[in-house]
Structures are given as structure tokens and as C-alpha cells.
Design a protein around this ligand. Structure first.
Ligand code: UDP
Length: 380
């Protein structure tokens, strides 16, 4: 790898880095080097065929592509055909299965009643008033002010404590806004108009993005081991953890990661859906994935299925998945962002670089915008 003369170095081959590299090669028509410390492209969207079952699974947890933007949908469709999968989630609580996100079916089943949509507000307001929360200031208060304490404790509190290992009172309201709440029977997880799973899965998308004579990809390559060989005129586009880039000089940002436990079960269908959440704190995992349901169009084995239990835990900086966006970490990230602004030849972004809980569509959007900045600089 010739680093000294490389004009563009992209660190990280997830969505952020791959979109930038593809744009530099195809639009700017320039040579670009992409490095990733892992042995595969695709970042946390990486998918592969499970050797024993032949089922495609997402190695770092189920990823559903969903976007409200026609521009992003058209963009990603250049690299993939999508199946018609629309995401639905269920939640097992005390040995009973409920619909998730909380909707009218969840409320009626939980309270064993039969409300009509126009009766929901009056019913829930009795629960909500008991708590007397006038200005919800954190995750817990916001949730209770929307749905009341009993639903919160069944479906949100335990899951959130397992996921974040924090008292929900310490978490920001923004995490809750990811979780829809419906007063009708709509059981789709996302409102987004455009949704699906790439038919040949995400790895194919990344292969197509990066398959270009002007893109040089180096896997198993750690930025921190090659950084002193980088030329001074190279523009570094870095999508790793921002605190690591600066050798943690202001302190470490907190991340959450996930462990996955794969199991092969000798039945065709184990849980009838791709993701089953578990709200109770006494169940050690947060959810079980059954990836065969992501591809109803595929011919999968009838005598076995793959399930994957998900266990959240703190991350030591080696495998970050989720930023812990509490007040302490928010003030730390501001310091790091100020450092980036002082640097000329470095751009830091993506989920890990911006310390933001981005979905895939957000990451692509921010990558396309970052590319526009690169292009303007290049032509200046
Ligand atoms: N959440 C919850 N109960 C659930 C699912 C989600 O309380 O059954 C909360 C939890 O705090 C979680 C957040 O909603 O961290 C966002 O959930 P999402 O499904 O978007 O998480 P992701 O798929 O990004 O891990």
C-alpha cells in the first residue's frame, strides 16, 4: 500500500466510508485507499451465509434498511435489489407475546380490554395523571408521560436497563423517540415508506460499492499502526471512534456493544418472526433474532433454523456499537469535535466518528453530504 502519495485515505469500510470511497472513485474519478481493521467490509452491516444452515445472517445484529428519503432509496438501489420485507417486532413478557411497538393491540392484550382508538387517550391519561409529570426531562419520565407506568415497566424499563445498563432516568429522551407508539393496530416498526433487505444481502452492496479500479481496499489494517506512514497531503476521512483518534486525550467516551450467541434449533421456524424482544430484566438477553424471516423469498431448510440471542454489555473501545448519549458523554464529545474543527486534513464522521445513534439512512445521508464538501474542496 502506497500511503505517502495517496490523496484520499478512508478509514473504515462501513456505510460511511464505502459511500465516500464510491463517490470519490465514480464522481471525482480519483484514486482512494480504504482500510479496515476487520477482516471484512461492511462494518456492522456485514452479513454472511451461516455455514451449517445456509441462512444469511447479520453478524452484528439484524439490520433493516428503512428510509423516508427517495434520494437515499434511489442511491442504495444502485447497488442492490431489495426484497419486500417490512419490519415487525414482538415482545415476550411473562410468557405472553405482545406486539411491539406498543399499539392498540398491545394495550388491549395487556389490560385485557377492548378499547377503540378514540378511547385510548382517556384510558391512558388516568394512568399518566397518577404520576404527575408535567415536564418530562428524561427517558423514564417521557415514557411514563406517554403510556403510563404499567406499560412502561412491562415493555420499556427492563429492556432499556439491559440495553444501556443505566437507570432510564439518566438517559436522554432522544433514545425513546426511536421507538414508535401507536393508538391503532398498525404493527409496522418503521413509518418509512422505503424498506427492505438487500436480496443478496448487505455484503453484496458493499462489494458493489467498492468494486472499482480506483478503489484500493486493505482489510486487517489498523489505522493506528499505519498512521505515521501517511503523507502530509493525504485527506484522512476517518469513521472510527473519535476518542481513539485523539488517543483519548480528554478521556474515554462510553460505548455499548453486543455479544451474540448462535444456536441451531431442529425446527423449521422457532419464533415466527425475525426479532422477538424480551422486556423482563430477569431474561438475560434483550432479544432473539431468527434471520430466516428476513428472507421469506428464499428456500431455506425445513429441518433446522438459526437463532441468535443478543446480550448487551459495556465496550472497552474495541467493538463499539451504541454511543451512551448521557450528559457526561455529550460534554466530552463537544471537546473532541472542537479538536477536529482545528484540523485541516482530517474529516471525522459516521456513527462512531460523530458519536451519534445513526440509522443506515442517516449514515448514508451524512456521507453524501461529506462527499459534497470534499468535492468542493477538491475543485477549489
Ligand atoms: N426499547 C424498549 N423496548 C423494546 C425495544 C426498544 O424499551 O422492546 C427502547 C430501548 O431503550 C432501546 C430503544 O428503545 O434502546 C431503541 O430501540 P431500537 O429497536 O431502535 O434499538 P436498535 O435496533 O437500534 O438496537
Amino acid at each position: 500500500m502506497e500511503l505517502k502519495s495517496t490523496r484520499f485515505l478512508v478509514v473504515g469500510a462501513g456505510f460511511f466510508g464505502s459511500v465516500i470511497a464510491e463517490r470519490i472513485a465514480n464522481d471525482l474519478k480519483e484514486h482512494v485507499v480504504v482500510i479496515d481493521k476487520r477482516n471484512h467490509i461492511g462494518g456492522n452491516c456485514y452479513a454472511e451465509i451461516h455455514p451449517e444452515t445456509g441462512i444469511i445472517y447479520h453478524k452484528y445484529g439484524t439490520h433493516i434498511f428503512h428510509t423516508p428519503s427517495k434520494i437515499i432509496w434511489d442511491y442504495i438501489n444502485r447497488f442492490a435489489g431489495f426484497n419486500g420485507y417490512r419490519h415487525q417486532v414482538l415482545n415476550t413478557y411473562k410468557e405472553k407475546v405482545y406486539q411491539m411497538p406498543i399499539n392498540l393491540e398491545t394495550i388491549n392484550a395487556f389490560y385485557n380490554i377492548n378499547l377503540k382508538p378514540f378511547e385510548v387517550d382517556a384510558f391512558l391519561s388516568k394512568e399518566i395523571q397518577k404520576e404527575n409529570i408535567t415536564h418530562p426531562a428524561n427517558f423514564e419520565e417521557k415514557a411514563i408521560s406517554l403510556i403510563g407506568r404499567p406499560l412502561y415497566e412491562a415493555f420499556i424499563k427492563g429492556y432499556t436497563k439491559k440495553q444501556w445498563q443505566k437507570d432510564p432516568k439518566e438517559l436522554p429522551v432522544s433514545i425513546l423517540s426511536r421507538l414508535p407508539f401507536r393508538k391503532n393496530y398498525d404493527e409496522s416498526y418503521y413509518f418509512s415508506r422505503w424498506q427492505g433487505i438487500p436480496i443478496n444481502d448487505y455484503t453484496e452492496v458493499f462489494k458493489k460499492m467498492l468494486d472499482h479500479p480506483k478503489i484500493e481496499v486493505h482489510l486487517n489494517t489498523d489505522f493506528f499502526e499505519i498512521r505515521d506512514r501517511i503523507g502530509k497531503d493525504t485527506l484522512i476521512i476517518y469513521s472510527g471512534p473519535i476518542d481513539q483518534f485523539f488517543d483519548y486525550k480528554f478521556g474515554k467516551l462510553e460505548w455499548r456493544t453486543l455479544d451474540f450467541l448462535e444456536k441451531i434449533i431442529p425446527v423449521e421456524d422457532y419464533q415466527g418472526t425475525s426479532v422477538m424482544n424480551y422486556g423482563e430484566e430477569s431474561v438475560p438477553y434483550t432479544r432473539i433474532h431468527e434471520p430466516r424471516h428476513l428472507h421469506p423469498e428464499k428456500d431455506y431448510p425445513k429441518d433446522k433454523t438459526l437463532i441468535i440471542e443478543e446480550y448487551p454489555r459495556p465496550d472497552d473501545g474495541t467493538n463499539p456499537f451504541y454511543p451512551v448519549n448521557d450528559a457526561k458523554n455529550q460534554s466530552l464529545i463537544l471537546k473532541y469535535r472542537e479538536e477536529v474543527n482545528r484540523m485541516d486534513n482530517v474529516m471525522i464522521s459516521g456513527r462512531l466518528g460523530n458519536y451519534k445513534y445513526y440509522d443506515m439512512t442517516d449514515t448514508i445521508d451524512i456521507a453524501l453530504k461529506t462527499y459534497d464538501t470534499i468535492k468542493t474542496r477538491y475543485h477549489a
